[in-house]
Design a protein around this ligand. Structure first.
Ligand code: GDP
Length: 426
């Protein structure tokens, strides 16, 4: 069976923790999109880790971790991440890399920086990991597939061809040094030697695994609102963040995805630019940011302070709908225990009219939040294992959100650890 773990919101919902937890029962965990631009923070018996490329299943020795064809693969970073976790005592993970995954080239990272510099105040707030230039090249059909590293003649010709076009831009648009083809080819030889032991025909591997009844988890990065089609375009990421794309980015039939676990955080946070209707500022935001997540809401990749907001029922209902949610994992609820009253955004007011349907970006920019306040529970709920043992106001908050978003909350996460989870039978 295939399950997908994906985000309902802007990312940072706690997908890493939920994947790490569900991976206990899984055989294979596949990253199917995105690159090293976002990170998952995971706390387990080995310590605290920020993963950027590795799937969040690498901490078990019974699992195989796969980098699917949909991923923007930064080869040196992948291997640095493996070394990091192994140096902290995690057993050497079993890793496979799709022969159809494409490679983040050193110039993608440079172009990402140069373009953000050029855009100045109109920049996207990119993490400058090369993701947008990478996907642009993939769809412009000038990307490098892992498989191409193993055809020397093709590689040499392609490197020369691509340097020619990239160097025109470097010289005339960005006024930066040119790429030397010989140097780039040498770098690609190093990448080839690093990745060689792990290269695999992943879709075939997964096809066989499904026949054998194996349990496969597809791990998404970011969330619905960062999807290039259904998110807050153009302040989105460059690959689809939806469970449906898991079928493509891993190479499994769409009908095999039987469960879609959509991770939804009990309040909102976002990184980068773009409309954020329930955003809060000043001291109110600082307090939530400081208490949020596990040690504060700061980017796992960049360390930047995240933008904060109250729970947004409109965005989350939409976020869950586009994912095709079968189960909602409602996370980081413990953080809200300090509030007397908990504001929730229940609708948007746009041009004087209220709506609970998430609009396209131009209208979103005009939306004002309609806020309702729920009573807080004013205590620490960490360590609670049974739903009935949660304070009444806490259950009311969960049930209010569930009713507004219209999808069943079957898991409630009340701490960063693997075992900080309350299951609800729905
Ligand atoms: P991801 O990218 O969706 O995996 O999310 P991040 O890792 O960026 O952010 C989630 C943060 O919240 C991490 O620091 C987690 O350790 C932490 N976290 C996850 N679930 C919970 C929870 O239920 N309670 C608390 N306090 N922290 C959590």
């Amino acid at each position: 069976m295939v399950k997908a773990v994906v985000g309902a919101n802007w990312g940072d919902e706690g997908k890493g923790k939920i994947t790490d937890m569900l991976a206990k029962e899984a055989d294979i965990i596949v990253r199917f999109q995105g690159g090293a631009n976002a990170g998952h923070t995971i706390v387990n018996d080995y310590g605290k880790f920020a993963l950027h490329t590795l799937p969040s299943g690498v901490f078990y020795d019974h699992t195989t971790s796969i980098i699917g064809n949909g991923v923007a693969l930064n080869i040196p970073l992948l291997f640095k991440e493996v070394q990091d976790i192994v140096s902290k005592g995690v057993p050497e993970p079993k890793i496979l890399v799709s022969d159809r995954a494409q490679i983040v080239m050193p110039y993608h990272i440079l172009f990402d920086q140069y373009e953000e510099e050029r855009l100045g105040k109109n920049s996207f707030g990119s993490t400058k990991s090369g993701i947008a230039p990478f996907y642009s090249d993939k769809y412009a059909k000038i990307g490098f597939q892992v498989s191409e590293l193993f055809d020397e003649e093709l590689l040499k010709e392609k490197v020369e061809r691509i340097c020619e076009t990239k160097n025109v831009l470097l010289e005339h648009l960005y006024h930066k040094p040119a790429i030397q083809p010989a140097e780039l080819l040498e770098t690609l030889h190093q990448y080839r030697d690093m990745v060689q032991p792990f290269v695999c025909d992943v879709s075939f591997y997964l096809h066989q695994a499904l026949k054998e009844g194996k349990e496969i988890l597809l791990e998404g990065q970011l969330g619905t609102l960062k999807d290039p089609d259904h998110g807050i375009y153009p302040m989105v990421t460059s690959s689809s963040t939806l469970a449906a794309y898991g079928a493509i980015g891993a190479g499994v039939p769409p009908y095999e995805i039987k469960k879609v676990v959509t991770v939804c955080k009990a309040y909102s946070s976002a990184v980068g630019a773009g409309a954020f209707v329930s955003e809060i500022f000043g001291e109110e935001a600082d307090e939530l940011r400081k208490r949020g997540g596990d040690g504060g809401e700061f980017g796992a990749t960049t360390g930047r302070p995240r933008r904060m907001g109250w729970f947004d029922c409109v965005a989350s209902k939409y976020g869950c709908r586009l994912q095709g949610t079968t189960d909602v994992a409602f996370t980081v609820l413990d953080v809200l225990g300090y509030l007397d009253e908990i504001p929730v955004c229940t609708a948007y007011e746009i041009n004087g009219e209220q709506t609970t349907e998430f609009p396209t970006t131009a209208l979103l920019e005009k939306a004002n939040p309609v806020i309702e306040k729920l009573p807080g529970w004013k205590c620490d709920i960490r360590g609670i294992k049974k739903y009935e043992d949660l304070p009444e106001n806490c259950r009311k908050y969960i049930e209010f959100v569930e009713e507004k978003i219209g999808y069943p909350i079957t898991m409630v996460s009340n701490g960063p650890g693997r075992d900080d989870i309350i299951y609800r039978n729905k």
